[in-house]
Each structure stands twice: as structure tokens, then as C-alpha cells.
Design a protein around this ligand. Structure first.
Ligand SMILES: NC(=O)C1=CN([C@@H]2O[C@H](COP(=O)(O)OP(=O)(O)OC[C@H]3O[C@@H](n4cnc5c(N)ncnc54)[C@H](OP(=O)(O)O)[C@@H]3O)[C@@H](O)[C@H]2O)C=CC1
Ligand SMILES: O=C(O)[C@@H]1CCC=N1
Length: 268
């Protein structure tokens, strides 16, 4: 696992920030003594006893001490934040907050807009990131070290793709939980006991996730394979296709993507 060079500061240690902080420390991507956390209510229990880790309630104190700053605040709060971060590398995982806004928030010329998920806590997040104009190759190495400690990541060429991934991979279990709940509901409607349905569907998604994540093939390949097999599953897949599954999923994801454009603004 690559180490992040320099000092690192996290602003906001909630659901996502705490997951990323624990991932970085577990992976050894940053030494605690070179890491700062600014959290409104102070140290979080899971990390409070980490030897050497620096806590502060003051964001500017963190900014003055850190070469790389990660913003993990709610969008409504993050948008209103201002601190002097000129000369720093500023990275954000805040939904909907643009590179331009991040420059205004921090005064930094080197800004990376990213997305991650609380799956970072188990090293299984997907963290896409978009680099603003001033970001150097050295900065990119730091960002790669940061997000490889959290799971898989890719640099994307277009900032608008971060909104797409905020919809798709930001929430974990997210939309997959919605599908899993529908499967559990079906099982229970057929008389399966709730705890058995929960265990069965959990194992199904655990196995399916492992197979999909471990394959170079797109998910569509596995669908076509089952349709071609022309067994019981094919009948169900054909019924789902006829019912508009693809269109329904796209509607949900598009609603989440569009919400990125309004979340945390005065009116939204
Ligand atoms: N949760 C998720 O699944 C995901 C979240 N995100 C994004 O991550 C960001 C953070 O979300 P999430 O972690 O869920 O939010 P939480 O509300 O769980 O955590 C926000 C944290 O920020 C702290 N905070 C608030 N204001 C300040 C401040 N002025 N100075 C220092 N700390 C402050 C809060 O402190 P206190 O506890 O004292 O209030 C809290 O610990 C959001 O922009 C969200 O869109 C992205 C992907 C997934
Ligand atoms: O639902 C949310 O707003 C956060 C951001 C992306 C995923 N979860």
C-alpha cells in the first residue's frame, strides 16, 4: 500500500470521514502523527485513542498544519465554509460541491473532487476522482494513495461523472439494498421466514458481488449467459426486461444524479 507523503488533514469525521480515516490508518497510508482531524463535536470514540493522531476543533489550525486536506462535511455546511488553504492540495468527497466551489472555499489552486463511500471502512469503497487544472503528478500520487487505502479508484476525465458516481457508488449498500429488500420481500411473501430470507439474500449478494467484482466481464455478460442457458432464471430475466427494469433503474439513478445539482444549496 502506498503512503501519502506530507501531512494529511480530514475535515468532518462522520459516516464517511470516519470510514476513510480508519481505512488510511489501517492501511498505514498515513502516520497518525502526520494526520489531523477537525470534527465539530471533537474526537470520535473509534479513533480518539489513536496514539499520535492530532485533533482540533479549528479548521484553520488543521489547514495550517496539513499539506493535503480532505473535506467530508455535509454539502450545506461545506459550501459555506471558508479557510485559507492556498498552497494546499484540497480533496473533497462532498456530494455536489464543484471544483470551482472548492477553490472558493479553500483558496487552493490544487483541487480534487472525488466520491467515496462508507465501504472504505472495510477497504471496499469505489472512489472516483476528478483533478482540477492545478493538480500535479505528485498530487495525483497522493490522491491514489489516499483512495487505494479505501478500495478501488479511478481518475475520471470529466467532473460531471462525479455526480454520476455520487448516485451509483456513493451509497453503500445504497440502491443494491433496495433491490435486495425487494428479493427479501418476495421470499417472505412466499412463506420464507424473515431471518432465513435475510441470510439467503445476504449470501446471494455477497456471492454475486464477489463474482462481479472479480470478473473482467460486464454484468450484461452474466445476464446473457443465463438467458442463453434458457432455464428457470431466463424466464425471470425476460419478465424483468419486459417490465422495464433497465428503465426503472435508470430513473432512480438519474433522480439521485440530479439531486447532486441542488443538494446543500439554500433552496435544496
Ligand atoms: N454517508 C454516506 O454514505 C456518504 C456521504 N458522502 C458525502 O460525505 C459528506 C459527509 O457526509 P456524512 O459523513 O454522511 O455526514 P455526517 O453528518 O455523518 O458527518 C459530517 C461530519 O462533519 C462534522 N462537521 C460538521 N460541521 C463541521 C465543522 N464546521 N467543522 C468540523 N466538522 C464539522 C460533523 O461533526 P458533528 O458530529 O459534531 O456534527 C460530522 O462528524 C457529505 O458531503 C456527503 O454527501 C458521500 C458518499 C457517501
Ligand atoms: O445520500 C447521500 O447524500 C450521500 C452522498 C452519496 C451517497 N450518500
Amino acid at each position: 500500500m502506498d503512503k501519502m507523503t506530507g501531512t494529511f488533514g480530514l475535515v468532518g469525521c462522520g459516516q464517511l470521514g470516519a470510514a476513510i480515516a480508519s481505512a488510511l490508518l489501517r492501511a498505514g497510508a498515513v502516520d497518525p502523527a502526520r494526520m489531523w482531524i477537525a470534527n465539530r463535536s471533537g474526537p470520535v470514540p473509534a479513533l480518539a485513542a489513536t496514539p499520535g493522531l492530532n485533533w482540533t476543533a479549528d479548521i484553520q489550525t488543521l489547514a495550517d498544519a496539513c499539506d493535503t486536506i480532505l473535506l467530508a462535511l455535509p454539502p450545506a455546511i461545506g459550501r459555506k465554509l471558508r479557510f485559507e488553504g492556498a498552497g494546499r492540495l484540497v480533496v473533497s468527497v462532498m456530494a455536489g460541491v464543484s471544483v470551482a466551489e472548492l477553490g472558493a472555499i479553500s483558496g487552493a489552486a490544487r483541487v480534487v473532487r472525488a466520491m467515496s463511500s462508507p465501504a472504505a471502512a472495510i477497504g471496499m469503497a469505489y472512489s472516483p476522482w476528478f483533478a482540477g487544472e492545478g493538480v500535479s503528478e505528485h498530487d495525483r500520487a497522493i490522491v491514489r494513495a489516499l483512495f487505494s487505502a479505501c478500495g478501488a479508484s479511478d481518475e475520471v476525465p470529466d467532473e460531471s461523472q462525479i455526480d454520476v458516481f455520487t448516485a451509483i457508488t456513493g451509497p453503500v449498500p445504497g440502491f443494491v439494498a433496495a433491490f435486495a429488500a425487494s428479493v427479501q420481500d418476495y421470499a417472505q411473501a412466499q412463506g420464507v421466514a424473515p431471518d432465513v430470507a435475510r441470510r439467503a439474500v445476504g449470501q446471494l449478494f455477497h456471492a454475486a458481488g464477489a463474482l462481479l467484482a472479480g470478473s473482467e466481464r460486464p454484468a450484461a455478460y452474466f445476464v446473457a449467459e443465463m438467458v442463453d442457458y434458457a432455464g428457470t432464471t431466463a424466464a425471470g430475466l425476460e419478465a424483468l426486461r419486459a417490465a422495464g427494469l433497465t428503465e426503472i433503474v435508470a430513473q432512480g439513478l438519474e433522480a439521485a444524479r440530479l439531486r447532486c445539482l441542488t443538494i446543500g444549496r439554500e433552496e435544496g
